[in-house]
Write a protein of this length. Sequence first.
Lengths: 311, 254, 254, 247, 247
Amino acid sequence: ANDDTTHQEQSLEEVTMVLDWTPNTNHTGLYVAQAEGFFEEEGLDVEITLPGESGASQVVASGKAEFGIGAQEGLTQARTQDIPIVSIAAVIQHNTSGFASPADKGITSPADYAGKTYGGWGAPVEAAVLDSLMQQEGASVEDVNIVNMGNSDFFTAVERDIDFAWIYYGWTGIEAELRDIDLNMQYLTDYSEKLDYYTPVITTNETMIEENPETIEKFLAAVSKGYNYAIDNPEEAADILIEAVPDLDEELVRASQEWLSPKYQDDASQWGIQDEQVWANYSDWMYENDLLDRELDTNGAFTNEFLPEQE
Amino acid sequence: MNKIATKTVSPILVIVALLLIWEASSRLLDVPAWLLPAPTVIVQEGVAGWVNYQHHLLSTIRLSLIGFAIGVTVGLVVAISLHLLPTVKQAFYPLLILSQNIPIIVLAPLLVIWFGFGVMPKLIVITLVCFFPIAVSTLDGFRQTSYELMHYMQMAGASKRQIFTKLELPHALPSFFSGLKIAATYSVMGAVISEWLGANQGIGVYMTLAQSSFRTDRVFVAIFFIMVLCMIFFGIIIALEKLLIKGRVKEEKV
Amino acid sequence: MNKIATKTVSPILVIVALLLIWEASSRLLDVPAWLLPAPTVIVQEGVAGWVNYQHHLLSTIRLSLIGFAIGVTVGLVVAISLHLLPTVKQAFYPLLILSQNIPIIVLAPLLVIWFGFGVMPKLIVITLVCFFPIAVSTLDGFRQTSYELMHYMQMAGASKRQIFTKLELPHALPSFFSGLKIAATYSVMGAVISEWLGANQGIGVYMTLAQSSFRTDRVFVAIFFIMVLCMIFFGIIIALEKLLIKGRVKEEKV
Amino acid sequence: MSELVVEQVTKSFGDEQVLADVSFSVKHGEFVSLLGPSGSGKSTLFHLIGGMYRPDAGTFYLDGNDITGERGAISYTPQSPALFPWRTILENVVLGAEIQGKPDYKKARAMLEKAGLAGYEDAYPHQLSGGMRQRVAFVRALLSPQDFICLDEPFSALDEFTRLEMQKWLLNIWEENRQSILFVTHNIEEALYLSDRVIVLSNKPAAIKKEFTLPFERPRDQELLLSEEFLQWKKAIYKELQVVNHA
Amino acid sequence: MSELVVEQVTKSFGDEQVLADVSFSVKHGEFVSLLGPSGSGKSTLFHLIGGMYRPDAGTFYLDGNDITGERGAISYTPQSPALFPWRTILENVVLGAEIQGKPDYKKARAMLEKAGLAGYEDAYPHQLSGGMRQRVAFVRALLSPQDFICLDEPFSALDEFTRLEMQKWLLNIWEENRQSILFVTHNIEEALYLSDRVIVLSNKPAAIKKEFTLPFERPRDQELLLSEEFLQWKKAIYKELQVVNHA
Ligand SMILES: Nc1ncnc2c1ncn2[C@@H]1O[C@H](COP(=O)(O)OP(=O)(O)OP(=O)(O)O)[C@@H](O)[C@H]1O
Ligand SMILES: Nc1ncnc2c1ncn2[C@@H]1O[C@H](COP(=O)(O)OP(=O)(O)OP(=O)(O)O)[C@@H](O)[C@H]1O
Ligand SMILES: [Mg+2]
Ligand SMILES: [Mg+2]
């Protein structure tokens, strides 16, 4: 058996994949690909690593890791700072984030934000997004009390001072369901086309694209398989994730997986595919709102070319 | 005069030398600015962005000064009360150590629930960081009081309080300053960390935002100011130490 | 014997009392478990989850032991070399302080890029945390050597090296232990923080995972172990201190 | 009033018995000296009187009150000066008074001058010579308000002349206030010149070997040192000590 | 061989001149005592010889070599014992030898026994009496390998008998090895009994007041102390010191 493994290791190409956060259902496809041997079939030996405090982008950009998880928002900013990372697949087709508040706060539409307290992390993008939503209903972000809630989680924050916050439904929203907390949720996608950006995405760096395109292809082939498996078998996929990362809360993973599985591919023709329009929309929106120093050249920012051919 | 001059010049020389090496290697090795910007790049951003971050700076200075003051007070009070009440010391000393092992991320939600997002939880965090070295060093200082002088005080019928104020306290002064130096060093970082609890301004906030928008140059501007602040604090402590312990030479010569 | 018994019993009593208050207030005030779980809830999870987290525990213990050892060594080496080379001390002392003001979030990507995801960058972080209190305390200990004994050594023609090994080093031992205690206290937290650099196991990882899947009980299990580890470290240091400084009574009596 | 009664005091350190059943008394206004070989237990006796630690057996009475283990009842010079390095000489000498109440700086300055330390009021202890430090500790004891004074070899580091001056000065002060003094010395002449009574301690363990009550009149002056009677006494005590040392 | 020449040494602390143009020499195998009032500058002179600090002017020669500011050339007992609290008595006494090379524990034990400290080898300094500590420091100086020995009041804390024994022992050792010794004392008899020459220092600033070369034969014994000649010498020196003190 010993011989066998050494032999295998020799023939496998080692690559590192850095996550954006702690492992969660956004990453299920990766863990499935690993557990089901999809990577191995492609001749890859993938190590999935948690990120440092500052996320994956710089590590991927520097080439220390071949692949990472990012988000369109961060990647847009990174590329305008000349950080050479590229998005090669969208993990989820549509933005599942939005502004959530416990039902008893009575916030049912962006107009209700006026006079309430929003808890965020102090980034300029938050005010801009809030404003985009509120303007559609004739309200203004000026009337919202924005508070930085730092590392506090949603549930803690809404217990105290905070009325609503920006969450990903697929994780925090599901946790609320499990806790029997009724949430009111305004999804970004419901209010603005431009805010329907890709989050999360799988990233690599420009050097990889130039020098090791086959590796990227192989990697994405396996990952696609993984996500497709998760789409078809949410329960088994959840089991795989729990098995791989037993420290996660089982119940939350299962519930979240069930909610998220249909959203991976959604209305797209294929898992992972990205649309130029989405990149352009969001970068325009950011630029309009003074969130970027210069406009993004969407050309280099993402590519679909490494996604597997569809059978 | 000359001595003081060399004393300040030589560390500055070292720092300048390090900066030069950094600048040179940045350029020669072509290190991308998003990873490690060259000092000149940082200076440029520091000058250009001054109006953007000066209010952050002020806010952090205020926060760390207040927090440090509270931390020192708490550290002293803890050291003194544990010293004067040996049974309490026995019972509570372990809690001191435990207090340094509560990760901020865990404390954060509790502090927020109890104290909201105001300045209070931040001061608690800084205090928690600063008080410990002071308490431990000062306690050790109390413990090592000169036997001979202690004998004299006891024979002279000094009360516990007199022994404390006239012997133990002045004797522990150098140890207290040891702790103070360590605490001063941590205070600014403590303030920055506390801002991650949720603040609307401060160098910590400025830094996280810079970090998340990949403005590494700004991150380094923030670090630069953290370091300068810290050096100033440290310098003040050393000056105070000189002032208070001057005239007093090594005890054992007596 | 009896004294030792009370010495260990009283802090345990205090801790037990605190736990009881915590448990009682959890129940009476109906504090939600996701905010602050009652001790019993934590114990349950601690027992039930043992198999899940024991490898994390081992990994952290290993990491913090190695890191602490390196940190102590570096701290001592720094203290000794700065002490023996006063001009170097003048020039480099400020760097010591600066080293404590580099936020880990800034250091993190650089360390990962330079040293990968292995154990190396983590050890650097722990070392950075641990060496400082040791260096500062030990240096202060060297500085406060007895004048009278120093006179004797110099008159006796002791070389710098002999003065160092026979006088300064033994004299600074208590100060070194002061620093050691502070460093030991920080070492476990240092290891946990270093795991946030990007690790696949360790109590730090376990804790972040728990935190982000809203398992507050597990977060507290992690804290519990961090604290226990830290107390064990601290206990070992104190035992060593007793052993090495025993027989030796307050100097000034002589 | 201040009368000290030492009753059957016994003290051991570990296995080593230092004091064996020591009893004596110092009457009000009396000046008593203790003579005994090095390491016999004189300082230990002082520590016990001062309440530093308790005797294994026995009692101390001051004016009839049991002061065993009680501190602050007596004024004291330790054998090594035990000056506070962070206090100036002036601040050091008032310490004993400070502990008991209000220090009198004027008196302190005057006393320092008498002790030949004028000009050193603001110096720190490390700037003084060995003998000067000893005088500082002595002045500190004199400035303490207690009526009973214990002096542990206060003049051992002084040259003959400075010592003689200090002795004269001590006698002057003592004659003015008539405090009771218990005095440890190695110097037989000193003991004779100063005391009403001399107590000779034996060695290992220390017990009272002999007591001498001296007949010299007061006030005494230096002439006494040269008198025949003085020499006779000196020889007698010398012999006694010789026996002690060869025991 | 070890001959010390002190040439026109001057030293001030701040505004205060302590030594003024002091010159003298100690020949090979000679035993010279320094007498002078408390605070006159005797210890300071020792510190200068030992190289603790440099004189403002003047030179020290040992065997013709300039040793001004050089350390380790002499063996030395400080006026206060300066024992290392974390070393046992045995470890303390070998320290001087340890610094210069190999310590000889057997010899150290023998010496401690001679000094009346048998049984205290493994005690720590704080467990000893004042006089015992002084003897430890003295033994430490004797065990140091240097040929030139400076002793700063090594017997001031000892009772007359212990002191006499230590003196006899010192003379024995000295007669065996004939090291050169420079000796500070306050005790005129001690100076007379031990020395070949006695140097009297004046006060503030210290200068050499007078030198006495003593005619007593060696080996000396205790009888000498009682001889008429001895008494004459004592008076002479006493007078000299009296002048010094009243200057
Ligand atoms: N803390 C202690 N621990 C152990 N033994 C001690 C302690 N203090 C004193 N001794 C012992 O008690 C004995 C008497 O000591 P003490 O200091 O009373 O002598 P002394 O008569 O004052 O001598 P000297 O004239 O030399 O000062 C000595 O043998 C000494 O070793
Ligand atoms: N470090 C110092 N700083 C300032 N003055 C000092 C210092 N050391 C000694 N002196 C002064 O020098 C003078 C001589 O001191 P020294 O110790 O040499 O006297 P000594 O002759 O040894 O006296 P004693 O017999 O009392 O020991 C004293 O007046 C003292 O105040
Ligand atoms: Mg004594
Ligand atoms: Mg002297």
